[in-house]
Design a binder for this molecule. Structure first.
Ligand code: ZN
Length: 88
């Protein structure tokens, strides 16, 4: 399970470059709220730690539940949330 760590600032820059119609303020708000949920120990319904970047877009969930893929492949995660615990 490996993510590419990225800071919120750098992720916001990248995301807005690809999605110029999105609002930076809203994006930051969603990322910060998902990160806060993660840092408080919030989990996905399946018991895994949430994927902050995906959760900011679609609501709290882990990588597997959001993408239906078992492992990240060149996927970003906010640097403060890269360490994850997974339900057995
Ligand atoms: Zn899950």
């Amino acid at each position: 399970m490996t993510f590419i760590p990225i800071s919120i600032d750098n992720y916001v820059k990248k995301h807005l470059a690809l999605n110029p119609s999105e609002n930076e303020k809203d994006l930051r708000k969603q990322l910060n709220s998902a990160l806060e949920f993660y840092l408080k120990g919030g989990k996905c319904d399946c018991g895994n730690d949430i994927w902050v970047i995906g959760s900011a877009a679609v609501g709290h969930g882990c990588f597997t539940c959001i993408t239906r893929e078992s492992k990240p492949d060149e996927d970003y995660e906010i640097d403060k949330a890269v360490k994850k615990s997974f339900a057995p």
